[in-house]
Design a protein around this ligand. Structure first.
Ligand code: PA5
Length: 423
């Protein structure tokens, strides 16, 4: 379901030379003996997820879909990005479906928060507040505003419209949910935020958006099976992980994830969190960047083509578009576009990709890795998540870094709390 092609001429080391290290780290990951082994619950998740809870997610989603025009998801980082990425990828950017899914709790921007509150004021609203720690300030600030709004609007019924996804026992959010009688879903202890889209964190909002979460789990399982063998000739996720390391050894410190689909741009944000938070430690790591082509060929394309040679591109191609359009003929041809008459717009997109590849690789000397995903379906989303989870864990373990913590994100919080006067 995901194929990797590399422009081998750029790789100065042989991918297979890493086989021994990859086999060792694969064993450690599967046996929960790797660095950060407290957070590898996602590895076996396709086989171990709680079926009862999964059924309850579907029931709750159906209930929420009946009740609201707007479903407000309140969370940040791993408690936000995956759900939004999935919904945009699978449903598209103008799905015009009910309920509309809106995100808050992911910023301190007063303008954004005020505008969301204004937007939902006269609509039927349900809320999903998501926080593993239950103490994240962006989320807590927005949720207090939302809670007061819901209590005022729905009085006693507010609790029927609010769902909390949090730790099974710890944290302020758990205490609030218990006290108020909200329905709750559990974020497993051994799955970190950026790996949590495959748990209720992502699955509830995704199901409320009308997406088939059974298909996501079946994609996840398929990837688990396809990636069981650590042989670099067969395991595309590990081969991708190794290519990144080789390219960084050659001095490429930036990876640009490129898609030719605008509805994949939040996937790139999710991917940036996954790789950036996992790898950027101890003065090591590749900076994850992203672009959407051909849109950004009219901006960043110039840098990629002729700028400083710091980056390689990973092209995430979609084999089959969700929809296609045949370009019409025009009798007058005033715009001189008849050379495309009868052609599919996706074909034009693919030709743009091919032309760009030649320009960046052959003329620009920019290494390109190409990952091809079958389509933008729910099943492909599940497959892709698991593919990137495994690739990310392997590429970071190859650096001898713990892929599952994020100690650096605490520094800004400490300073902010001091400035805010928090005890
Ligand atoms: O990857 C992570 O763990 C983080 O990005 C968290 O997801 C993010 O900080 C939100 O944390 P929480 O779910 O505890 O509110």
């Amino acid at each position: 379901m995901i194929k990797l092609e590399t422009k081998h001429a750029f790789l100065k080391e042989n991918v297979k030379d890493y086989q021994e290290s990859v086999d060792r780290l694969h064993q450690q990951l599967m046996n929960k003996e790797c660095l950060g082994n407290d957070y590898v619950g996602w590895v076996e998740w396709p086989n171990t997820y709680d079926q009862e809870e999964f059924a309850r997610i579907k029931q709750t989603a159906a209930r929420m879909r009946e009740m609201c025009d707007v479903f407000v998801v309140c969370g940040i980082g791993g408690s936000y990005l995956g759900a939004r990425a999935a919904i945009e990828m699978i449903n598209g950017l103008y799905a015009n479906k009910k309920p509309e899914i809106i995100f808050i709790g992911n910023t301190f921007s007063s303008t954004y928060i005020a505008q969301v509150m204004e937007y939902i004021k006269d609509k039927e609203v349900c809320v999903n507040v998501i926080s593993k720690s239950g103490t994240t300030t962006e989320t807590s600030l927005a949720f207090r505003l939302l809670k007061q709004f819901m209590d005022e609007k729905y009085k006693e019924q507010a609790k029927e419209r609010i769902v909390a996804t949090t730790d099974k026992a710890r944290g302020v959010l758990k205490a609030v949910a218990d006290q108020e009688g909200y329905e709750t879903f559990v974020i497993p202890d051994d799955i970190g935020g950026r790996y949590s889209v495959i748990t209720p964190v992502g699955l509830l909002p995704i199901a409320v958006a009308g997406i088939d979460i059974d298909a996501i789990m079946s994609g996840l399982k398929k990837a688990y099976e396809d990636l069981a063998d650590s042989d670099l000739d067969h395991n595309a996720a590990y081969a991708y992980a190794v290519c990144r390391r080789i390219l960084q050894n050659q001095g490429y410190d930036v990876e640009m994830l490129v898609s030719y689909e605008l509805q994949m741009s939040m996937i790139a944000e999710w991917w940036k969190q996954l790789f950036g938070e996992s790898e950027g430690k101890e003065g090591k790591g590749i900076l994850p960047d992203s672009a959407t082509f051909s849109t950004d060929l009219h901006s960043l394309g110039q840098f990629v083509q002729e700028g400083k040679k710091v980056l390689f591109e990973t092209i995430l191609m979609i084999d089959r578009p969700t929809q296609d359009i045949t370009f019409p003929s025009d009798a007058q041809n005033l715009d001189q576009m008849n050379y495309l008459s009868g052609k599919s717009v996706d074909w034009v997109n693919k030709m743009a990709a091919q032309g760009t590849l030649e320009a960046h690789v052959n003329t620009g000397g920019v290494p390109n890795l190409i990952l091809t995903l079958k389509d933008m379906s729910a099943e492909s989303f599940g497959y892709m998540c698991y593919f990137f989870f495994r690739a990310c864990a392997m590429t970071v373990l190859l650096l001898d870094v713990n892929p599952f913590n994020q100690p650096g994100v605490e520094v800004y919080k400490k300073n902010m709390f001091r400035l805010l006067g928090k005890n």
